[in-house]
Ligand binder design. Structure first.
Ligand SMILES: [Cu+2]
Length: 495
């Protein structure tokens, strides 16, 4: 009895709050093409695993008739044999909006396959979903008290029922139990009490083991630490250290996979003002550490965010801090970029125009009204040349029209987003069976600089994303124009 009761209670014990796969931003936002249909997908990842993910799909056109969704492993065993898909429910008010709920049964790199049917035939795509237990909250006191009372009532009741059965179970009507029967009943009650206590003890042990495992899981998936060290004046060495001792055995640095051209995307952001930012690409050394010869930088305190993707396609952001002296380093080259400007508070809230060095600008078409937390949005940015016309010189930057980093002023949220959304490009490729499918999603498949013919990129770039909580955010939007990476910075007050 107590065992089964505990089983029912477990999901209540582990009700939770929000945490991360980027940092502090666990929901998945996606925009892309399922065959002929352009769709937006939001996956609200459950805080507990097993748990229910909420899926929202918006179709850009009214040609979609039916949408099916199913969760699967991102790669490896099980990624090719989906269970029976669920049909997403079509909204009665809005025929282009579909919702569904899916059970996610395990932590790790998963994907949700979305199959679309409509007047143009069928289309399909898969959205990578990093699923992980995020936090454990203690059971509410009142509920715990009530359940405790019930348990005592049931346990004591069981002892008395057993006693009564032994004493009076086979009496004739009106007969009183003999002293021998009363004696036997006491024995039975004592044995029953021992058995009940034994079961309760086993239940408690089992509960404790489950809770410990669960806590370990929560710890395992917390953002790992970026241990940083400055060597030889300008060489930054970064080592990954998981919150759980087992982490480095399961996530080996020798196995991390490239994500849009690089094994690591490193962001150094000056704090508290976030008035300087570097986006760099360290190389992996033999030892498994990542190493970068820093460019010339001002002395200061920097927060470190380093994105990597493990071999299963699970994205990790290493988080750290470092005090750097003034560095006279190498010139920026390749995909590395930097920005310097006004600190966060000085910009004023909700600034939506960013001036660029050549007189051009990036304009955030944010619409009117306040920005709400937990709302899926499409962040649209227009790039203008110095005459105010749509810029015609945009090129792919690391294979995409743009990159955006959303950082909260308290640095508890960091999300590196692309036009295809919040999933890493490496995971998107794994989810959709290789880089080929990705061409629909990226502007141009990532190739070493100089090998690809630069394609024209639209002067408008958009990112599907939603702020995970209220607060002040800085948004770094990075694009490439005529061979030069440019960064536009926007501040947002989110309610
Ligand atoms: Cu990027």
């Amino acid at each position: 009895m107590p065992r089964r009761m505990l089983g029912i209670l477990m999901p209540i014990l582990v009700t939770t709050l929000s945490a991360s796969a980027h940092v502090g931003s666990s929901d998945v936002f996606f925009e892309g093409d399922a065959g002929p249909y352009h769709i937006y997908v939001t996956v609200r990842v459950p805080q507990v695993i097993p748990g229910i993910a909420e899926i929202q799909v918006r179709s850009a056109s009214n040609e979609v008739e039916k949408i099916e969704i199913v969760p699967m492993r991102l790669s490896g065993a099980g990624s090719n044999f989906p269970p029976t898909p669920d049909v997403a429910e079509r909204s009665k008010q809005d025929s282009q909006f579909f919702t569904g709920r899916l059970w996610l049964m395990e932590s790790g790199a998963l994907k949700v396959r979305v199959s679309v049917e409509g007047s143009k035939g069928k289309g399909e795509l898969a959205v990578p979903v990093p699923a992980f237990a995020q936090r454990t909250l203690p059971m509410e006191r009142s509920l715990g008290g009530l359940l405790g009372l019930l348990m005592v009532f049931l346990a004591v009741g069981l002892v008395f029922i057993a006693g009564a059965a032994a004493r009076e179970g086979n009496l004739e009507p009106g007969e009183t139990p003999s002293p021998a029967k009363t004696q036997r009943a006491r024995m039975v009650m004592a044995i029953t009490a021992a058995v009940v206590l034994g079961i309760l003890f086993l239940g408690k042990t089992w509960w404790g083991a489950e809770a410990t495992n669960y806590k370990r899981d929560v710890n395992f998936f917390k953002p790992p630490e970026a241990e940083t060290q400055l060597e030889n004046l300008n060489r930054l060495v970064i080592r990954a250290k998981g919150q759980d001792p087992e982490w480095s055995k399961e996530v080996e640095m020798k196995d991390v996979i490239p994500d849009h051209n690089h094994l690591m995307h490193l962001f150094l952001i000056s704090t508290p003002g976030m008035d300087r930012m570097w986006h760099l690409h360290p190389e992996r050394a033999e030892s498994g550490a990542f190493v970068d010869d820093l460019p010339t930088m001002l002395a200061g305190h920097y927060v470190v965010f380093a994105d990597i993707v493990d071999k299963r396609g699970f994205p990790w952001t290493l988080v750290g801090q470092i005090d750097l002296p003034e560095i006279s380093g190498k010139a920026l080259s390749g995909d590395d970029s930097t920005w310097t400007g006004a600190p966060l508070a000085a910009q004023g809230d909700n600034r939506s125009v960013a001036e660029l060095a050549d007189g051009g600008r990036i304009v955030w078409e944010r619409g009117s009204g306040p920005l709400a937390a937990n709302a899926a949005m499409v962040f649209k940015f227009k790039v203008e040349d110095r005459d105010g016309n749509p810029a015609k010189d945009l090129q792919p930057y690391m294979g995409m029209a743009g990159h955006a980093e959303f950082v909260s002023s308290d640095r508890t949220v960091f999300a590196h987003i692309h036009p295809a959304g919040s999933a890493s490009m490496a995971a998107l490729e794994l989810a959709n069976g290789g880089p080929k499918v990705n061409e629909a999603i990226t502007v141009h498949h990532a190739m070493p600089e100089g090998m690809s013919i630069p394609e024209r990129v639209s002067s408008e770039v958009s990112f599907p994303y939603g702020f995970p909580k209220p607060g002040e955010y800085r948004i770094f939007v990075q694009i490439k124009r005529a061979g030069q990476v440019e960064t536009g910075v926007f501040d947002a007050q989110v309610q």
